[in-house]
Design a protein around this ligand. Structure first.
Ligand SMILES: [Zn+2]
Ligand SMILES: [Zn+2]
Length: 229
């Protein structure tokens, strides 16, 4: 599979853009980065994204979406499905309305070829089978995903503490894109030390750490990095 890391930072990172990953040019995992220019730089066609998996609604994972949605309305109106936690449709429709006010309902909403699907324990979207696992993160939690990509299992955490559900998420996965926010005490997130321990507990899984606040840890990916795995 081909992974394009459009942004790899946490919300308050001065060094990196916020999180978003494109898988095989067809699937987007979270939408925090400046999606359109970063897709362009990574050779990704913004019109070809069929499925968007959202882990939670924090701004560093969603605020790149409004201009992307505008593109999918006025430039390339192919169908697209959003998968995410409970309340997905109302949370995203509220974001589109904040972005464009009354013009959203008047001129855009009906032209957006979208389907919203609240994440099930297991399901399929755009030909991809997935499982979702509820992870511990702040008051909202986060929906982690295990997605079958061409016979390989890709685990994606979004934001999470290093608690038992995260081990369940990455167990047996071929590739795991997991947050590692910073060293020491990182409230509601995973520390670098915990990330290294997690990797040691799952030696057959290839880990790629993102959502770094500052500095780096072994296994971290970089903004605009494209990786074949
Ligand atoms: Zn975050
Ligand atoms: Zn968060």
């Amino acid at each position: 599979m081909r992974l394009a890391f459009l942004g790899t930072g946490a919300a308050f990172s001065p060094e990196r853009y916020n999180g978003a990953v494109v898988v095989d040019g067809r699937m987007l995992l979270d939408g925090g980065a400046p999606l359109l220019p970063h897709m362009h730089r990574c050779g990704v066609d913004a019109g070809a994204i069929e499925a968007v998996f959202l882990t939670h609604f924090h701004g560093d994972h969603t605020l790149g979406l409004p201009p992307f949605v505008l593109y999918r309305i006025f430039v390339d109106p192919r169908p697209i499905t959003f998968v995410g936690p409970a309340g997905l449709a109302s949370r995203l429709e509220a974001l589109w309305e904040v972005s464009w006010g009354q013009d959203w309902g008047l001129a855009m909403k009906d032209r957006f070829n979208v389907r919203y699907e609240e994440a099930k324990p297991s399901g399929a979207v755009g030909g991809y089978k997935y499982e979702s696992i509820k992870l511990d993160h702040g008051t909202s939690g986060s929906s982690g995903y295990r997605i079958n990509v061409g016979g390989k299992i890709l685990a994606y955490s979004g934001d999470t503490e290093a608690t038992a559900p995260l081990d369940e998420l990455v167990e047996g996965a071929d590739v795991a894109i997991v947050e590692a926010t910073g060293p020491g005490d990182v409230f509601s997130h995973m520390s670098w030390e915990a990330a290294i321990d997690l990797k040691a507990r799952h030696p057959k899984t290839r880990f790629m750490f993102n959502h770094l606040y500052s500095g780096t840890v072994e296994g971290a990916v970089s903004d605009l990095e494209v990786v074949e795995v």
